[in-house]
Design a protein around this ligand. Sequence first.
Ligand code: GDG
Length: 459
Amino acid sequence: MGRLVVVSNRIALPDHSKNGAGGLAVGLLDALQEQGGLWFGWNGEIREITGEDEPLYTEQDKNITYAACSLTQNDYDLYYSQFSNTVIWPAFHYRLDLVEYQREAWEGYLRVNQMLAEKLYPLLQHNDVIWVHDYHLLPFAAALRLHQVKQPLGFFLHIPFPAPEVLMALPDYQEILRLMTAYDLLGFQTERDAQAFLSAITQETDVVTVEKGIYQAYGNTFRLHDYPIGVDPDSISKLAQGPLPPKMQAIRKELGDAKNIIACERLDYSKGIPERFLAYESFLEKYPEQRGNIRYTQIAPTSRGEVQAYQAIRHQLETETGRINGKYGTMSWTPLYYLNQHFDRRLLMKIFRLTDIALITPLRDGMNLVAKEYLAAQDPADPGVLILSKFAGAACELTEALLVNPYDRDEVARAIYQAITMSQSERVDRHAKMMAILQHQTITRWRETFLDDLYQILE
Ligand code: GDG
């Protein structure tokens, strides 16, 4: 078997502690480690001088080579901030109202994909297989094919693929679809996403079904499949059960006897945090006898802080927290804690274990790993309850969660009430059924099934 080459927008340079890294980075590193390989991408740095061709930064760590490049300010603005995060991200999460389309950004996006392909091309070996990740790199395969690259090229989309009507709002959607078919294998989080892609392409051009899951369009042959991403439940459980550091003892005391709701995600409008605050308010209104007995902690570290829509949501949450606490709080009770901070992963998993309810209500989400991590962190004999948006990819698998429509405040409020009054036996039963799914569809199985399919293309 040849080398594995992983390409992602951001590259995680060797982290010798490994403890701080999230599940996805560890999962990909394990694959690279096993097979030997190359990880290529942007190092997160912005270079001052434009027009100069900077050499790649490379680093060897055991049998993994890391190759990273920086971006110029202009490339960063057009390719990353604008087209990736102000066009594709909102559109693919059904937020067309937040799309700020500019042709210049589309051109920059294509140009940076070509520039990255030019930098990777000389590093490739003839028997490599290449696995490209996420929405920043939709045209990357097509850019590599310009260099006559014949190696198998796989792509995994971590975010949802929208319904055709939504996709068609993007002026370049036909070109996006065509460019994506240059991959040999297109992987999506759920069958719903894979179907949305197929139906969009079928509306645009003649698609020939070679056999189930293999298609031809625009002169390209490609495979299409869903590969729901998972977690490593055993390592999460270990982190969650580990000895409590002194800081944690204090947190445990602070959580007190109240029923504790936890939510944690990057501060992103797709995660439905303001809608969730209002649903929590609706709960406090509908069930006034519960006031004083419940506490909701929202952890939301800042992300993409330079994009305007992210600054707006941050202000909105600060205002809403003040308003809700001002309206319902008492001298001895604060109903809502909003922490705009990044938490250490080990600490986070322990907090998950100590809390009674996870309230995870994205408006749209490719998968949502936090939902899976919360379940894996629980004590199976006395687990917490997961309330989950039906619009998260995870809802396709985690049907024993309390599934809600995140736009329906009353429904979310009722689910919170159902969660705090749920019997222990029902909690144990629901948790066990969902854990069986998590134990089966792990992060290891996710990458192995994807790579098995990708390597098959070589045969
Ligand atoms: C994209 C897709 C898809 C969050 N806050 C902290 C922290 N986190 C960690 C979580 C989890 C990860 O970040 C977030 O993963 P999600 O899946 O929930 O969401 P996205 O970041 O939007 O990821 C998503 C995913 O890709 C994988 O394919 O599931 O749908 O949008 O691991 O625990 N980690 C630490 N401190 C924090 O404060 N340490």
